[in-house]
Design a protein around this ligand. Sequence first.
Ligand SMILES: [Zn+2]
Length: 211
Amino acid sequence: MRRRMPVKAVKQIWLDPQPQGTRAVYLVEARNEEEAREVSNLFAELETDLQVRQLSQGKLFSYAVKIRQDQQATLAELEFALRSNFGFVILHRSFDEVIYKIVDELCADTGSQLLPIPRCNICGKIEPFPDTVVNLADQGGETIASGAYCGTCTAASSARSNKEFLLSLLLADTRDFSALEDMQFVRAKSQKQSIKFRIQSRAEQIRAVNN
Ligand SMILES: [Zn+2]
């Protein structure tokens, strides 16, 4: 049974396409508190340039990173820096179920803590960096719900317009957004790369028909 989402208060919807890039995972064992601090600081600094998502902490620190095409050299540089300072380092040059299972098992073995990461709201796949994020907000801009979708599900949409694309994702969501189908969307001004729509009120729709 899909959970019916309350969408009555939704007045604006926007789509945030995420930057393209390749993914990698780093696993680092911290032998003491000082090493734990060092590795945390190192990845915190990287966040200014790369997309970073921490997967675990404790004895085993692991991070997924997403890098742009022009940042490829960073992967090897980072691996070198880690290997020079820590005893156990693994670099996996993609993010997939296999590496995530290894992180999970190593966490169990070392008593480390696996941190929550997003899942695609369509297929349920673990996705540290969703390809597309959709936000639904009320009149004041307060978020009511949001959806994160993986590359595979995003690419599966054959929509011809942004509006169709947005609806196709929400209608495929494991939660029930079908009430949105009856609403009228109009393109709204948006900032940066996001693509924004607002929901037309009943009075506006009537005016639009009469003009
Ligand atoms: Zn998916």
